[in-house]
Design a protein. Structure first.
Length: 375
């Protein structure tokens, strides 16, 4: 079963399980089914498997979930934000006695509550169980605060962790806190954490350097962002894209295109995010011809899938430069069915430029896609 799940042969894995006599199904085989579904993102099926296991376990006392079973089922709950099932599993965990002894299960519970938006439950769980040596739990809490817009709480937790020497921060801890400083545009705190990073030896960790480049850029310190970027000898696509995005957000059109060309000259293939930043830079710089070249290069040379956002950037580029008819032609010929964002963008520019006929057409298309839209 494990082999078939690993190599995407789900039908064969399920067939093997279904053909297995009930008396031969033990916790290992049930867990293999639950884990296999969860790892392949079939979250509903994973939870159904867990429920079947628990029902069968009532008549077969030998089937008792282990930590791996619980953590996989909780992962499935996180994947589809199934907090009701997650709470039920939490009850099973309490009954099993694994909550305080199995860190993987405990961390999975924290992650599940944060993923489902039940912050209060996560906080209560964190405060009710000793996590002095559990760095993953601390990181999970800080990340949860960061992702729900409570950056200051994330930083307070970091200070508590460091000041009371509860557990030693790792590279993820620092990256999360640097991201929090970036979101708050807090250069002072970000610089202080950068200084701590230099003392720990984590300064060349890619996850931290990405966070530092982004943080300095959000604080308006592009020179510092570049210093961090060039300090790393080897740079992957994500790192290049981080700096290019930072330059784009600060309106540095020329530098965006220069860095993009450097990236390509080094044979580092851009992805959809990189191209989106480049097309946006061309739009704000009024570089119509270059924008067309990059759009063609994206689809023909780098074979990057075209998204609605890429097409919206091209419409924005053409409309900003006054080429409404060309933008309209592009919309009609684009490889995807135009979505709401594209027609909204086009409608806005048609109104701005006073083209009533095209504005009316765009409004009708927008109404077809979104009948409640009053734009």
């Amino acid at each position: 079963m494990n082999f078939n799940f690993k190599y995407d042969n789900l039908k064969e894995a399920i067939k093997l399980f279904d053909e297995m006599p009930m008396r031969d199904r033990d916790v290992v085989t049930w867990t293999s089914l639950i884990v296999g579904y969860a790892q392949k993102h079939f979250y509903n099926e994973s939870l159904i498997g867990f429920q079947r296991m628990m029902m069968e376990g009532r008549s077969n006392e030998g089937i008792i979930p282990n930590g791996y079973t619980f953590s996989s089922a909780l992962s499935a709950c996180s994947g589809i934000q199934a907090v009701k099932q997650g709470k039920q599993i939490h009850c099973y965990v309490l009954t099993s006695g694994l909550l305080g002894s199995n860190l993987v299960v405990y961390n999975s519970l924290l992650h599940m509550y944060w993923s489902c938006g039940y912050n209060f439950y996560a906080q209560n769980l964190f405060n009710s169980v000793s996590v002095s040596g559990n760095i993953i739990a601390w990181n999970e809490m800080m990340l949860g605060y960061l992702q729900c817009g409570q950056e200051e709480e994330a930083l307070k937790l970091f200070v508590l962790m460091v000041s009371e020497v509860v557990v030693k921060p790792d590279n993820f801890s620092y990256a999360i806190c640097i991201d929090a400083c970036g979101s708050l545009a807090s250069l002072q705190q970000g610089s202080q954490i950068h200084a701590c990073v230099l003392k720990t030896g984590f300064q060349l960790e890619l996850i931290i350097m990405n966070a530092l480049v982004d943080m300095y850029a959000k604080c308006g310190c592009l020179d510092s962002a570049k210093i961090v970027f060039y300090a790393r000898p080897s740079k992957d696509r994500v790192f290049w894209t981080t700096l290019i995005t930072a330059l784009g957000k600060n309106g540095k059109v020329k530098e965006v295109l220069e860095m993009f060309e450097q990236m390509r000259n080094l044979k580092i293939q851009p992805d959809g995010i990189t191209y989106l930043v480049v097309l946006s830079a061309c739009s704000h710089g009024g570089l119509v011809e270059q924008g067309w070249q990059y759009f063609r290069s994206m689809t023909e040379d780098d074979l990057v899938p075209v998204s609605q956002k890429h097409c919206a950037s091209m419409v924005d580029l053409l409309c900003r430069s006054g080429y409404l008819l060309q933008a309209f032609a592009f919309i009609k010929e684009m490889p995807l069915k135009p979505g709401i964002s594209i027609w909204s963008t086009f409608l806005g520019f048609c109104r701005m430029k006073g083209n009533i006929e095209l504005a009316q057409f765009a409004a009708e298309k927008l109404l077809e896609l979104s009948p409640k839209n009053t734009a």
